[in-house]
Design a protein. Sequence first.
Length: 193
Amino acid sequence: MNELLQHAIEGLSSPESETRAVSATEIYKTGRALVDHVAYPWWGDEDLAALLNGNEPKMTVGLAVTPERFKEIHEASGLPRFSEVPPDQDAVEFELHFPGGLSMDVLTSKDPAGGGAIAKFLKKLGEGIQQIEYECRDVDRATQILKTKFNVAAIYPETRSGADGTRVNFFLVSATDSAKVLIELYEPAPRLD
């Protein structure tokens, strides 16, 4: 991980809200840089663009951190609500929202010594941007379009349950410098109000 990103991750646990906002902005910009060139062609497909909210896509950066850092960021951010993560998934997470529409999911492993996705990420790469998430109106349809028109296969054969009742699927795509980036498409849970 580069030094600027590490510094920004550390800044998320600052007691100063301005420092946390500046740090979140840097992390968000880094995440966008990872994925923009990969996802840019998707907006050229009218159907897929509509599913991804057209000119106003909602993007969230998923940041994996150690359990210790997770606790520090959670406390510094005013103890936001933990997301309801399906029990079979190796994650504890909460959302952060910043001015300008910046959203971040802060994630850690339930079992850092285990074999879950977040634990593996932290063991292999350390703290960093684990995934980029796009809100999607219909994950099944978007998955089909990505496969047939862009030759991008989903990690899971079927859409599955995600945090807070969302429906999700994941796509591992090539990013800059031969690196891979994990993209999550999530369909929000139906509202009951």
